[in-house]
Design a protein around this ligand. Structure first.
Ligand SMILES: [Zn+2]
Length: 156
């Protein structure tokens, strides 16, 4: 089976569609698939998006948060900023899933949340929990996640 990380290294070989070796897929196609999953699977689509993002993020084997930020920018997942360190709060602007969408009264960015978790679990070598506190899907102007590691230090 092919690993997600390996797919990134393969030229898509689409000279007519992509030109100049730059592999471009319109973000709207990703979103169309994302919301088609929801039609097919209901809330199961959120789990799938989250687990896909987590598996993908982990497969990158990044070493620092700066590498995660750089990767997310280069692959147009979003503009990631660490807005607070304790608790760890991570903001995503121009999010791949939801930027420009109307208020849908629910958070939408399960792929991005999973991606952050997968990257961070590789970086800190602990299980990571995430909660999307702000989302364009909730009517906010950006997406933001609160991150914690667990098990929490309850015996401290
Ligand atoms: Zn969002």
């Amino acid at each position: 089976m092919i690993e997600p990380i390996d797919v990134l290294k393969i030229n898509a070989n689409r000279p007519t569609l992509d030109g100049n070796n730059i592999d471009i897929t319109d973000v709207r196609l990703f979103r169309a698939l994302r919301f088609a999953w929801e039609k097919c699977m209901g809330r199961g689509a959120n789990v799938m998006a989250y687990m896909s993002g987590r598996t993908f993020g982990k497969s990158l084997n990044l070493k620092t948060i700066d590498e995660m930020i750089e990767f997310a920018k280069n692959y147009k997942i979003g503009i990631i900023t660490v807005v607070n360190k304790n608790p760890l709060q991570i903001r995503v602007d121009e999010c791949m899933t939801c930027s420009g969408l109307p208020n849908m009264e629910k958070p939408l960015c399960y792929f991005e949340g999973g991606f952050i978790v997968g990257c961070l679990e590789g970086i800190v070598n602990k299980k990571v929990k995430i909660n999307e506190t702000h989302c364009i899907g909730l009517g906010d102007d950006f997406c933001q996640f609160e991150v914690s590691t667990y098990p929490l230090y309850i015996f401290k």
